[in-house]
Design a protein around this ligand. Structure first.
Ligand SMILES: O=C(O)COP(=O)(O)O
Ligand SMILES: [Mg+2]
Length: 238
């Protein structure tokens, strides 16, 4: 951890990203994307190709994996069919090949015990995000969940983060966003929220150390410990 604890002294709520932060969903993306590509008579792509495109929502993902083979105009032509196929396949396999990262359940539980309010903001469609949170047992921890299609604009736009601040009646500097990518960090910076990155996710295939954030925590459990150390009076009685 490389951020001074004093930066987090006022934190009252945490916004946590989903793909690459709470859940390793790349294996689900791999299956659904390659099933879609097979329908379009395209060869499968590897997981490294796919994780470069995860984090900016479904539309970007589908367009990007078509862009591996097609020109801009060809992508535009095939996009509706590809999106329909991808959504159909993802709906069936959603969560089947995903795993919860180490420290997530415990970190979320410790944040709750500290009295921190929790929101999940993901660029995944809300219809995919909610069942995943439900089946992994994480859903009850979150007062608010926004998907990439819940609001007019998604991360890296600050809109969903600012909406959470408004929902919780908190100023942005009282809220920290935690995510695996520059997309999360840009949204947080634009919103005026604090931001922590985790190093184990996708970050569009780029090194996480290059991202402008307030620090990197190894796990969500480490994030909970950092926030606890920065807010020693915040513990609620059990
Ligand atoms: O791009 C997506 O579908 C999801 O990405 P996120 O959960 O990391 O925001
Ligand atoms: Mg992510």
């Amino acid at each position: 951890m490389n951020a001074p604890a004093s930066l987090f002294a006022d934190i009252r709520a945490v916004i946590i990203d989903l793909d690459g932060t709470m859940l390793h969903t790349a294996p689900d993306f791999l299956v659904a994307i390659n099933a879609m590509r097979a329908e379009l008579q395209l060869a499968p792509v590897g997981v490294d190709v796919i994780t470069r495109f995860v984090g900016k929502g479904t539309e970007n993902l589908v367009r990007s994996v078509l862009g591996v083979d097609y020109t801009h105009d060809q992508v535009a032509e095939r996009y509706p069919q590809a999106l329909e196929a991808y959504m159909r396949h993802y709906t069936v396999i959603n969560g089947r090949h995903s795993t919860v990262y180490p420290g997530v359940a415990e970190g979320v539980r410790q944040m709750q015990e500290q009295g921190l309010r929790l929101a999940c903001v993901t660029n995944k469609p809300i219809a995919f995000a909610l069942p995943l949170l439900e089946t992994t047992g994480l859903l009850p921890a979150f007062e608010v969940v926004y998907g990439g299609d819940s609001l007019p604009r998604k991360k890296p736009d600050p809109m969903p983060l600012l909406q959470v601040c408004a929902d919780f009646s908190l100023a942005p500097h009282q809220v920290v966003a935690i995510g695996d990518s520059s997309n999360d960090a840009q949204a947080a910076r634009a919103a005026g929220c604090r931001v922590l990155n985790v190093p184990y996710g996708y970050n569009h295939g780029q090194p996480i150390h290059d991202v402008d954030s307030d620090g990197i925590v190894d796990t969500l459990l480490d994030a909970a410990r950092l926030l606890s150390a920065a807010n020693p009076n915040q513990h609620v009685s059990q």
